[in-house]
Design a protein around this ligand. Structure first.
Ligand code: SF4
Ligand code: SF4
Length: 106
């Protein structure tokens, strides 16, 4: 089945808007622990993805926030809203790739 970029965007957005920004996911993130900057943690990354998909923002700091995720999945074990940030980050990277190439999702 082929999924459009628009459908992928909606799928990611549906998950992102569940975030209440409680921050419970943050204490387990190894990158946030090392870098001591909120945009290097799962909550910051959820924010960054929303800034891009909803508001069209994409700067170097936003890219750094996304590409410094290790994909360890620790954050997903803590989320009270059932969000899996690492899966969303992976999907978002795929979305960005597709946006830059104009390809569809298979
Ligand atoms: S998957 Fe990414 S955001 Fe989540 S805890 Fe690991 S490094 Fe942090
Ligand atoms: S634990 Fe879930 S709801 Fe809370 S800030 Fe993290 S991703 Fe958002």
């Amino acid at each position: 089945m082929v999924e459009s970029i628009g459908d992928l965007r909606i799928k990611i957005m549906r998950e992102l808007i569940k975030c209440s920004y409680c921050g419970f996911c943050e204490w387990v993130c190894p990158v946030l622990s090392a870098m001591k900057r909120r945009d290097y943690g799962p909550r910051g990354r959820v924010n960054a993805m929303l800034f891009h998909l909803r508001d069209g923002l994409m700067g170097e700091s936003l890219k750094e926030s996304i590409y410094t995720c290790l994909g360890c999945g620790s954050c997903s074990t803590q989320c009270i809203a059932g969000i899996k940030p690492e899966e969303l980050i992976r999907s978002f990277k795929h979305y960005m790739y597709l946006s830059s190439t104009g390809k569809s999702v298979t």
